[in-house]
Ligand binder design. Structure first.
Ligand SMILES: [Fe+2]
Ligand SMILES: [Fe+2]
Length: 139
């Protein structure tokens, strides 16, 4: 894999983080019913986590000499105030994010950059934890 291939994968991941920021901020604003008490805070924490992830991925792109995207992934953000739909949408988003990082890690391993590998592995584990959390929340 060339650097160009890695950069396009990292930009895909960055686009998903930018989308996650928009999605979770939207859901924090619209979540309604008794679960708003917990879920507004949860969604706002996910906004913060996604901002941190985006910063990590952006730094990786800069380090590899690429140009970081400023566009979010174009996959639709479903508008709703129903927390059940929000959690299902969040689950799909976290699954895609974890898949994306799972595919990136071997590429970073190939160019043997331990600093980048460790930084992106931390993000990958965050996404896996989110998938598991959402799986429990949806039960
Ligand atoms: Fe993320
Ligand atoms: Fe996430």
């Amino acid at each position: 894999m060339t650097n160009a291939g890695i950069l396009s994968s990292l930009n895909k991941a960055l686009g998903w983080e930018l989308r996650a920021i928009a999605m979770y901020a939207h859901y924090a604003a619209y979540v309604s019913g008794i679960h708003r008490i917990n879920l507004a805070t949860h969604f706002n924490n996910e906004v913060t986590e996604s901002i941190t992830h985006a910063a990590t991925v952006r730094s990786a792109i800069v380090k590899l000499g690429g140009e970081a995207t400023t566009e979010r992934d174009s996959t639709e953000i479903v508008h709703t105030s129903d927390f059940n739909i929000m959690l299902k949408e969040a689950y799909k988003t976290e699954m895609t994010a974890s898949e994306t990082y799972r595919e990136i890690l071997p590429l970073i391993d190939e160019i043997d950059d331990r600093e980048l590998y460790d930084a992106l592995e931390v993000v990958y584990f965050d996404e896996l934890r989110s998938v598991e959390e959402l799986r429990m929340m949806l039960m």
